[in-house]
Design a protein around this ligand. Structure first.
Ligand code: HEC
Length: 155
């Protein structure tokens, strides 16, 4: 089933984003602060932007209706990739696994400021993800590269 879905997404080509299957919520929170907080209110991130919808409000009703975290992550991921190019939200502010991480973070924490996602401490070795495959060094390198990329392209 998963293989079939993956093929279906690949087949759609050009920029279609797949489902969010993994992500690093700490990194997602950090990226949210950098890229999204200026426009969106989200209690967990202590952001109070008002240009875009309040994300606590936007997703708490979804949570009450029983939407799964997976579904909400996929919705956010879609919005990141396909935000209306005419609107204030630039599409693809974050990409790839960074976008997955932001989507997963919002799915977990919107309307739920006690979700318990913490930012990296000064010593990134402190942060221990639940996944055995988690590699803090690689995550830090990836973040550094992303920041470089953003600096270069978003000025
Ligand atoms: C310059 C302001 C701005 C920034 C930065 C921004 N957004 Fe938005 N966002 C908006 C606006 C305005 C809308 C509503 C209309 C639209 O889709 O453009 C929106 C809509 C959304 C929605 C849909 C909410 C709903 O009620 O359906 C989500 C989810 C979202 N943004 C997430 C993000 C994420 C994640 C980031 C960072 C990667 C981000 N936004 C960055 C302005 C912004």
């Amino acid at each position: 089933m998963i293989a079939v879905l993956a093929v279906a997404f690949l087949a759609t080509g050009c920029g279609a984003v797949g489902r969010v299957t993994s992500g690093d919520t700490s990194k997602g929170k950090q990226l949210f602060n950098e890229k999204c907080a200026s426009c969106h209110t989200l209690a967990d991130a202590k952001s109070q932007g008002t240009v875009g919808p309040n994300l606590d409000d936007a997703f708490s009703s979804d949570k009450q209706q029983g939407f799964s975290e997976q579904t909400m992550a996929d919705i956010v991921r879609g919005q990141i990739a396909y935000a209306d190019p005419e609107g204030p939200m630039t599409p693809n502010l974050v990409r790839g696994s960074d976008a997955d991480s932001v989507a997963l973070y919002i799915a977990k924490c919107a309307g739920n400021p006690s979700c318990g996602i913490h930012l990296y401490a000064a010593n990134h070795g402190f942060n221990c993800d639940q996944r055995g495959s988690y590699n803090a060094g690689a995550a830090a390198t990836a973040l550094e590269r992303s920041l470089y990329h953003f600096g270069k392209h978003l000025g």
